[in-house]
Design a protein around this ligand. Structure first.
Ligand code: HEM
Length: 445
């Protein structure tokens, strides 16, 4: 073990009960980047009660997510979403999590995921038939609607008749109100009837009613090829099945984790393309050569390396999940510092992905950097849009295939001209949508 430093890692002094909350502010990615650049690879600060370290050295991140993973659990930021996600895969821990992960893993293997590709292509084409040249759209809403419809179909076997708008409206309210709780120095329990809690509980009730409804409908009908059918039929090693409550938690988790993230990787890709016409030209040349105007399918993916590089590079600069956290469950050592039980360790993709040591000219959008095997030369945790270790995103193959198919299928038919007076900024919440949306005009390619 390295010699332990006395005291806390360097960082800004906090004030009173709120610590550094005021400095963190709504654009918390700036705070994180500034912290790492000013104080180095292990920095410390305080948010309300919570003592946090921000680590940005790939080896230290590996220590937390892999080597010492058994001494950590998800941090308060993840646990905060338990009222919505219950004991689903993102928020559960220990043996319970492991049994669920084993149960769900087969549905996310590459071979199984390939069977979802035709749905992705078909739904992208359906969206294109509805678009008209000259139409004004919000790119982020269009892609969120598309990935939402694809998730409902592939994960739950649900078609258009589902009231997606109703689900999404309640989900947005719940995510926003739960997210707001993280900015408060003291959190009231959610059963206290404050105005925000009343709205939150109403949204949760509505959401659970809708989700329970489609699970019940599924149980009553012959099971299909979708993930929910697999979950209903699946048995643990001891022969037990998932309870109604657990089915709901996993369904909510997969829907939330599985569509907004991919939509954001596409939204930020379009934004970056709109700012980099040279990249867009190379990209459309690849599509012309490989696809010649037809929609992309699973078999095309290996022949679209530049498309994959554009998505990798967009997720480097605008990682849909920009921070992950763990809480120590015992006293530990990290980077020469003591980590006491209860301390939180944050790892921010926004920060790590901008390290000039691994990404020269880090603010530039350069998909070419991925083309000569960069991914194999980087330390494992220099680039980790999907996290890593045992809690690696279960949907990584699903997401990458979906992003490539949708980018190529849509991008061959339309380009987006951003509104000249659009203000584009990030809004870091649980994921990182554009703060004011992404208004654009559709132009036929
Ligand atoms: C571009 C798209 C996506 C990104 C950037 C992303 C990112 C992540 C990250 C960073 C984690 C790890 C969180 C942590 O360690 O605390 C994670 C976990 C997870 N993701 Fe994704 N994700 C994406 C798409 C998906 C999709 C498509 C699904 C499902 C269909 C999904 C389902 C999950 C689940 C269930 C977990 C929890 C896994 C576990 O702890 O066992 N994600 N994701």
């Amino acid at each position: 073990m390295a010699t332990l430093q006395k005291g806390l890692p360097p960082g800004p002094k906090g004030k009173g009960i709120s610590g550094n909350l005021a400095e963190i502010g709504p654009r918390r990615v700036d705070f994180f980047l500034n912290l790492a650049q000013t104080y180095g690879p292990v920095a410390s600060f305080r948010a309300g009660w919570w003592r946090l370290y921000l680590i940005s050295d790939p080896d230290l991140i590996q220590q937390v997510l892999v080597t010492d993973a058994r001494f950590y659990r998800k941090h308060f930021g993840a646990r905060n979403f338990k009222p919505l996600l219950g004991n689903g895969l993102v928020t559960s821990e220990g043996d319970f999590w492991l049994a669920q992960r084993r149960l769900l893993q087969p549905a996310f293997l590459k071979a199984k995921i390939l069977s979802y590709a035709p749905v992705m292509t078909e739904f992208a084409e359906a969206m294109l038939t509805e678009w008209k040249p000259g139409q004004s759209v919000d790119i982020s809403l269009e892609f969120s609607a598309l990935t939402s419809a694809i998730a409902l179909k592939t994960l739950f076997g649900l078609d258009e008749h589902v009231d997606r708008k109703e689900i999404d409206a309640s989900l947005r309210t719940a995510v926003e109100l739960l997210g707001n709780r993280l900015d408060m120095p003291m959190q009231f329990p959610i059963w206290l009837p404050t105005p925000a809690n009343i709205r939150l509980n109403r949204a949760l009730r509505e959401l659970f009613r809708l989700v329970d409804g489609f699970i019940a409908a599924k149980e009553a009908a012959p099971l299909g090829n979708d993930l929910l059918s697999t979950m209903i039929a699946a048995q643990h090693e001891d022969g037990t099945r998932m309870s109604m409550q657990q089915l709901r938690d996993e369904a909510m988790t997969l829907y939330l984790a599985g569509h907004e993230t991919t939509a954001l990787s596409l939204t930020w890709s379009w934004y970056l393309l709109s700012q980099n016409p040279g990249v867009e030209k190379t990209l459309t040349e690849e599509w012309r050569r490989v696809l010649g105007g037809r929609a992309a399918e699973a078999d095309d993916i290996a022949a679209l390396p530049y498309t994959a590089a554009v998505i990798n590079e967009a997720m480097r600069l605008y990682p849909p999940v920009y921070v992950i956290g763990r809480e120590a469950t015992s006293d530990l050592e990290l980077g020469g510092y003591r980590v006491k039980k209860g301390y939180t360790i944050l790892m921010s993709q926004w920060v790590s992905h901008r390290d000039p040591k691994y990404f020269p000219e880090p603010e530039r959008f350069l998909p070419e950097r991925w083309l000569d095997g960069l991914a194999t030369r980087l330390p494992k945790f220099a680039y980790y849009p999907f996290g890593g270790g045992q809690r690696l995103c279960i949907g990584v193959h699903f997401a990458l295939m979906e992003a490539i198919i949708l980018l190529a299928t849509v991008g061959q038919k339309y380009r987006f001209t951003l509104d000249p007076d659009a203000v584009i900024d990030v809004m870091p919440q649980i994921t990182m949508p554009p703060k004011y949306g992404m208004p654009a005009t559709l132009e036929r390619r």
